[in-house]
Design a protein around this ligand. Structure first.
Ligand code: MOS
Length: 733
């Protein structure tokens, strides 16, 4: 290991760097910037699911108080990337925003009213009407799914003949409803286009991504676009792409030469920023008498939008955590007249895990073997390309979780044996697994003569505690006390960072922070000691940065104060910036994060109510940089898992092709009363092949497998297999 920092990052942080700003309301979310001359825009959505706009009547709306202008496909400013159908198809932005009269889905934006106040814009938007030529549409995933005969994407290893005579073969079908992200903060954009310079306050998980996409779409230089997303009130994947709110705010600002704000309404959040697509899966598994898996055949289909595609890699997980000597997977996307789906927490794998982790439970029953034991004997020792795992502690997660919930002591292997009045009690478990990725990331550090530093990165903090983790890392890498370390994030003027997504945020950023810390130390040593400092392997590790100055751990050189370094060199501040990339050696390994989820619940025999009593999640996310922030992520994800299993379902009225119940009253998700105290623990062992902090990422594994752990527990309580999510009480009875 030749990393500059070999010392383990201490996991000792309490509280978040942004806590005070958040609880006092000082933290500014995208909609909250006070910009002079700000105009407010509200989007109007189509009222049909497919067809063509014949005429839009904006006359009444134009007369309404406070209205400045109304943009439609007839008068909107030309946006080069969507100026023609061909340009639109070529652009990475695949969503229709006023550039066409064609309607692909209900609530597609057809007009935007810009007014002096939000209230004026909202009222005037209600007066806009349109005449359409309607065409046939399809929003029903089930009907469409049954008509698809061939599945396009296929991957295969081995052969089905090798396991057709397996001792045990089970084949089942699984369904998962359409789910939406709906973070607390709605998506919002303020666009301010002045003299060829564009400033965007935009809710996003990826400020550089927005900058790049907008530059292409509007044909302006990235250098002239600044994207700020300093505080983000939750993302779950909904902030990874550029959505209509951003594009139309820019159009309006350019058109009016004024800053314009667009905030999505809660119902618009259901149609405008993606969702987890409805899916169907068929899983066939074969095993020998001893419980060894011999083969599997996994098929998946999911909905997508007709105007643009989206792939949820539902069968991807099947290649990863278990070893199947013979495996075949197939996937298909079904285009419908619905809004575009996108990545939603644990995309693909959360859906795939429901099927595989459910069928394994069923197989265990057939084998009359313990589900934990069968999983332990089938864990894969390599990744799907045959590379050894750099680290993989899923086996430990399984054992610790079983111990914590009292799996062997309390659980009955036969269903329906534990009772409490009119309630049946059951235990269930399942596992989650995720590629532990890492991307390129830069970071910078500014030091003041008093030794205060600011560590900067463009990465957003969507509530995961990125800033707090950066402070921890900088403290440990440098030695400077935490109260002297400030953090700045979420601005494309700051050093490059990838999206905060895919559970690679911290993993990527730790490389940038470590590199910047090393640059700072090198620079200070040069300035303080010059040639007296013997450059060589390991020596930098002896350099200590204290509150007020620099010293050597072995006292080989005199301590020097920061002030004297700055004075002597005539420096106001000292700036360093550094880049980082995954290590070359990392290519030899497979990387994964994993989790084992255990659930104890009760099911009411008379009402079908399900109450989760205990939930234990044990995760391997490599080194844990901040245990509180890490646990928060897994708790939040597990609650998402409860929602997926028991509540979340976006309904569509197929007669009209419109979403129904698309608000927080109609779309059910868990609140405090639906979730127990979730017991989260970590393996907490570093993986230094991944990055200098040894952290692997946790965002996704918290939800992957959760739904199956719950339905497996429902089976254990009731003897009923639930293969259609969400499991509402009517399905139990
Ligand atoms: Mo995550 S679905 O990559 O925000």
């Amino acid at each position: 290991m030749d990393y500059f920092f070999e010392k383990e990052v201490e996991n000792n942080a309490r509280g978040r760097v942004e806590a005070e700003e958040k609880v006092t309301g000082k933290a500014k979310y995208s909609a909250e910037y006070d910009i002079p001359e700000l105009a407010h825009a509200v989007m109007v959505g189509s009222t049909i699911a497919a067809g063509r706009i014949l005429n839009i009547d904006i006359a009444n709306a134009k007369e309404a108080p406070g209205v400045i202008d109304i943009l439609t496909h007839n008068n909107r400013p030309t946006v080069p990337g969507i100026a023609t159908e061909e340009a639109w198809k070529k652009s990475r932005f695949s969503l229709p925003v006023f550039h066409t009269d064609k309607i692909y889905y209900n609530e597609q934006p057809i007009a935007m009213v810009i007014a002096e106040t939000l209230e004026d814009a909202t009222y005037a938007a209600s007066l806009v009407t349109a005449d359409y030529e309607e065409s046939e549409f399809e929003t029903n995933f089930k009907e469409e799914r049954d008509s698809v005969e061939t599945i396009e994407t296929k991957e295969e290893k081995g052969s089905r003949e090798n396991w057709q005579n397996a001792d045990h073969i089970i084949e089942r079908e699984f369904k998962i409803a359409m789910e939406v992200h709906n973070p607390m903060e709605p998506h919002a954009t303020i666009a301010d286009w002045k003299n060829g310079e564009l400033t965007l306050y935009d809710k996003s998980q990826n400020v550089y991504g927005v900058q790049g996409n907008i530059a292409k779409l509007f044909d302006i230089s990235e250098n002239n676009i600044r994207v700020i997303s300093e505080f983000v009130g939750g993302g779950f994947g909904s902030g990874l792409l550029v959505w209509p709110n951003t594009v139309v705010a820019i159009m309006a600002s350019q058109h009016l030469n004024r800053p314009v704000k667009v905030v999505l309404t809660r119902p618009q959040m259901f149609t405008s920023v993606g969702h987890r697509p409805e899916s169907w899966q068929r899983f066939k598994i074969g095993a020998d008498k001893s419980g060894k898996f011999l083969g599997c055949y996994h098929q998946a289909k999911h909905a997508t939008s007709s105007h643009t595609g989206h792939t949820d890699n539902i069968t991807g997980l099947t290649w990863k955590h278990y070893h199947f000597p013979n495996i075949k997977t197939e996937q298909e996307e079904i285009p419908l007249n619905i809004p575009k789906p996108t990545w939603m927490r644990g995309p693909g794998d959360a859906s795939g895990a429901f099927a595989i982790e459910s069928i394994v439970d069923e197989l265990c029953e057939k084998l009359d073997m313990d589900p934990v034991e069968v999983r332990l004997m089938n864990l894969s020792e390599t990744d799907s390309q045959g590379k050894p795992w750099s680290t993989n502690y899923l086996n430990e997660c399984l054992k610790i979780g079983a111990e914590k919930i009292g799996w062997n002591k309390n659980r009955k292997s036969k269903p329906g044996e534990l009772k409490e009045g009119e309630w049946n009690i059951g235990y269930g478990m399942a596992v989650g697994f995720w590629n532990a990725g890492r991307q390129d990331a830069d970071a910078s550090i500014e030091m003041k003569p008093n030794g205060d530093i600011i560590v900067r990165s463009a990465m957003t903090d969507i509530g995961t505690g990125t800033g707090t983790a950066m402070q921890n890392m900088a403290h440990n890498f440098l030695g400077i006390p935490k109260n002297k370390i400030a953090i700045e994030l979420g601005d494309s003027d700051l050093p490059y960072a990838p999206s905060q997504g895919g559970s690679w945020g911290l993993s990527s950023l730790s490389g940038g922070v470590a590199a910047a810390c090393k640059s700072l130390k090198t620079k200070l040593v040069d300035l303080a000691y010059g040639s007296k400092f013997e450059k060589g392997k390991g020596n930098l590790k002896l350099v200590k940065l204290n509150s007020d100055g620099i010293s050597m751990e072995d006292d080989s050189l005199e301590p020097v104060s920061y002030k004297s370094i700055f004075d002597k060199n005539n420096l106001g501040v000292l700036n360093v910036k550094a880049s980082s990339s995954p290590r070359e050696e990392a290519k030899k390994y497979g990387f994964c994060s994993s989790a084992a989820h255990y659930v104890k619940l009760k099911v009411n025999k008379l009402t079908g109510d399900i109450k989760i009593l205990e939930m234990v999640s044990v995760a391997d996310g490599g080194k844990i940089i901040n245990d509180q922030a890490a646990a928060n992520q897994v708790i939040g994800a597990a609650i998402g898992g409860i929602g997926m299993a028991l509540m979340e379902k976006q309904d569509i009225d197929h007669n009209h092709g419109r979403l129904i119940g698309n608000d927080l009253a109609g779309y059910h998700f868990p609140c405090n009363a639906d979730a127990p105290i979730i017991d989260v623990s970590f393996i907490d062992k570093p993986d230094y092949n991944r990055n200098p902090a040894g952290a692997k990422g946790l965002g996704e594994v918290g939800i992957i497998g959760c739904a199956a752990a719950i339905t497996n527990a429902i089976y254990n309580a009731t003897g009923k297999r639930m293969r259609d999510l969400p499991v509402t009480p009517d399905k139990i009875l």
